[in-house]
Write a protein of this length. Structure first.
Length: 370
């Protein structure tokens, strides 16, 4: 049994390496063709271009590792089924459940790879890659350091945002509704030509609508032209114009892929302690835990499909099944995350619900096959 286990592990590892190299090559080629014009236009040195794509590798590997593990299991067991190796093993008294050992080990190894990349490597490399793209290509210097408190300077106005929440976070699912970008804890200071404060606006939240900001639940302080005293008034809603594209402002907001689990946890606690809505960050926090388990679930699903004789027709069918399963998972996972962002599902259910359903499906497929 040790020889069989080692053989299966070796085959899965071999095909995983091949798939990883091929998919990384395709991904980088497409990304290079798409962005090389921007790099050349900005006169970025060749060494910085190479560094940019190298720094993006960990994030790309995080995205394709679950699919690579699934495809490697499907190909390995599909070829074993086609060559009647599975039939020979089972006729020798080796049950399918006894073969799940090497499969589980490969799934656990994939999960550990994801944890290492997401928690240790990606937060550093993604930040550097974004700095190259935003600072050296786009010229957006203010976004090179991401932080909680954002200070912006315009013509005779200084704006302070405690937190900024983009409309949709990169790579996260499907939007259920038009979710406007939102700023929390916003302070606007207006000055005259002698840099004297003439107006201050404090608002609890602000949403970006129709090319401008709509402030909510705030207080307005205006300097009186007669005696110079500040006149205070309250408002429920107030329009505010600021000459800064919301796309540029979104680059200054903290990005979850640039934070490890501990950093994201502390940031979420800080946002909640200050009385602001941290639903998005809470959902992403649970998703960071749930996502690595996908490797284990997909390996078991792939073994169940192969053992049921569904992919005896060769490599193309194996790849088709794998891509179909991964696509179905991403659609449902993204939909659940969007429902969590909208507050329609608790963060735990939004992040873990799909894993639970797919785990039950994988268990059923294995038991039915055996």
């Amino acid at each position: 049994m040790y020889i069989i286990s080692r053989y299966i592990t070796k085959e899965i590892t071999k095909y995983f390496g091949i798939i990883l190299v091929v998919v990384l090559g395709i991904y980088l080629t497409v990304d290079f063709i798409e962005k090389i014009g921007d790099f050349l236009e900005a006169h970025v040195p060749l060494i910085r271009i190479v560094q940019y794509f190298v720094y993006k590798l960990p994030l790309i590997m995080i995205q394709i590792t679950p699919l690579g593990v699934l495809l490697s299991v499907l190909i390995t067991f599909g070829l074993m089924a086609k060559n009647n190796e599975l039939t020979a093993l089972r006729s020798s008294g080796i049950s399918l459940l006894s073969l799940t050992g090497p499969i589980m080990r490969c799934g656990i190894a994939g999960a550990l790879i994801l944890i290492l990349l997401a928690e240790v490597i990606a937060p550093l490399t993604v930040t550097t890659a974004n700095r190259i793209w935003l600072q050296e290509v786009r010229g957006q210097n203010f976004a090179t350091t991401r932080h909680n408190d954002i200070w912006l300077k315009g013509h005779q106005v200084i704006v302070h945002l405690k937190h900024f929440q983009p409309a949709a976070q990169a790579g996260r699912g499907l939007a259920l509704k038009s979710d406007a970008p939102m700023a929390m804890g916003i302070t606007v200071n207006r000055f005259d030509g002698q840099f004297r404060l003439v107006e201050r606006i404090d608002a609890k939240t602000a949403t970006y609508q129709q090319g401008g900001w709509l402030l909510h639940d705030g207080m307005l302080q205006q300097r009186s032209a007669n005696d110079g005293h500040m006149v205070v008034s309250q408002f429920n809603e107030r329009r505010f114009q600021f000459d800064l594209p919301v796309e540029d402002l979104a680059q200054a907001a903290p990005q979850t892929e640039e934070m490890s689990f501990v950093q994201l946890y502390r940031y979420t606690r800080k946002v909640e302690a200050e009385g602001y809505d941290a639903t998005r960050y809470r959902v992403d926090l649970h998703a960071k835990i749930a996502f690595p388990f996908l490797c284990i679930i997909l390996t078991l699903m792939g073994a169940g499909l192969a053992a049921r004789g569904k992919i005896r027709d060769g490599l193309a069918i194996s790849i088709g099944y794998g891509i179909g399963i991964a696509f179905m998972y991403w659609v449902v996972f993204g939909f659940c995350l969007s429902m969590g962002y909208a507050g329609m599902l608790p963060p735990v259910i939004a992040a873990w619900g799909v894993n639970f359903v797919f785990m039950c499906l994988a268990g059923y497929m294995l038991l039915a096959a055996d």
